[in-house]
Design a binder for this molecule. Structure first.
Ligand SMILES: CC(C)(COP(=O)(O)OP(=O)(O)OC[C@H]1O[C@@H](n2cnc3c(N)ncnc32)[C@H](O)[C@@H]1OP(=O)(O)O)[C@@H](O)C(=O)NCCC(=O)NCCS
Length: 326
């Protein structure tokens, strides 16, 4: 059976660090509150004049270099992002051109914090169907471009970064094994950006009223994130008779350390099996999952079972069973 395996991982983190102490100077907050309520200590911020394509290009090039492949070998580039370089064309086109993936077609996937997992699923299906051979799936978000640094409830959470995976076909029992995804549009009310789309295009009024930033009702999102990430992961594990002891690593979207701990506990997974890097990067939206794979790459062995899971605006959520291929 033909499957899609991850054969390389790349990442890009902007140099500038925004610490909790820096945020204490911007809004009415404390390092102690942020660490206790979110688990975040610092996050990265991309400089002005650079966008999500810049970070995606660096992450993609690192993945290709690690695999020793030229960009011409790529058939498809999918960029997962909620902060595209421009409203159109797709950031994927800008990235393909810049890295020299001249044979590739491409598009962006936007499903809030679930963008990367959905993009990975679509890419894996394309490979499994025999449509394409090699695909780059890149999660890249410059969250600082849509965060209100006067709103203490959101500005402490988010950061900028990109992560990329290279997918190639395999006949072995590794790669993307299965996934379960769900969405519920009723969740739009709790997490969205009010202006900048077709219903409320940018205007002097929308800018004055600060409507071009992330709007979030944190408690509602928190509750749903714990329940849905745990339930969808449990359903996927049940479907394949995977027990907690069969899982090498749980790879959750990094939105809040307390959400991650609660979801892992519901699944009966100890913290040493949970990939965690939220303390250093915050919530980087589409980049959290590939960044986790990048940071834990040296601890992974061929055949390891990973459960990737996510929850995001929409609401969107899902889980994917991945067998590590190298
Ligand atoms: C946003 C979030 C960190 C807030 O934490 P919380 O424990 O739920 O806090 P609450 O929203 O209940 O607020 C509790 C109090 O802390 C205050 N508070 C919020 N942000 C604060 C900050 N940075 N510093 C200090 N106090 C803050 C609130 O104003 C509130 O004060 P009040 O009781 O006087 O009204 C948390 O709800 C969360 O992580 N939600 C999900 C986020 C998420 O996953 N988003 C992305 C989806 S992928």
């Amino acid at each position: 059976m033909r499957r899609a395996a991850i054969t390389a991982v790349g990442a890009y983190l902007p140099e500038r660090t925004l610490t909790n102490a820096d945020l204490e100077r911007l809004v009415d907050t404390t390092d102690a509150w942020i660490v206790e309520r979110t688990g975040i200590r610092e996050r990265r911020i991309l400089s002005r004049g650079k966008g999500s394509a810049y970070m995606a290009i660096q992450a993609a090039q690192q993945a290709l270099q690690k695999r020793g492949l030229p960009a011409e070998a790529i058939d498809l580039v999918i960029v997962a992002t909620v902060t595209p370089e421009h409203p159109f064309p797709a950031t994927a086109n800008i990235v393909s051109h810049a890295i020299g993936a001249h044979r590739a077609w491409g598009f962006d996937v936007e499903a809030a914090c679930s963008s990367f997992l959905y993009a990975l699923s679509v890419a894996a299906d394309s490979i499994a169907a025999g449509r394409v051979q090699r695909v780059l799936v890149i999660g890249s978000d410059k969250m600082s471009s849509i965060i209100d640094y006067r709103d203490r409830a959101t500005c402490v959470i988010f950061g900028d970064a990109a992560g990329a995976v290279l997918l190639e076909p395999t006949e072995e029992e590794v790669g993307v094994m299965d996934y379960l995804h769900q969405a519920d549009g009723a969740g739009c009310a709790f997490l969205h950006m009010k202006a900048g789309g077709s219903v409320l295009p940018p205007s002097v009024r929308t800018v004055r009223n600060r409507l071009h930033f992330v709007y979030q009702e944190g408690r509602q999102v928190f509750k749903q994130a714990v329940i849905q990430m745990a339930e969808v992961s449990a359903a996927l594990m049940r479907k394949h008779n995977l027990r907690p002891e069969d899982i090498a690593f749980f790879v959750p979207h990094q939105a809040n350390r307390r959400i991650i701990e609660a979801a892992a506990e519901r699944l009966g997974l100890p913290l040493e099996k949970v990939m965690l890097n939220i303390d250093r990067y915050g919530n980087t939206t589409s980049a959290t999952l590939p960044l986790c794979l990048h940071d834990y790459e040296s601890q992974l062995k061929k055949g390891d079972n990973l459960i990737l899971t996510t929850f995001g605006g929409g609401f969107t959520w899902g889980a994917l069973w991945l067998r590590w291929a190298y």
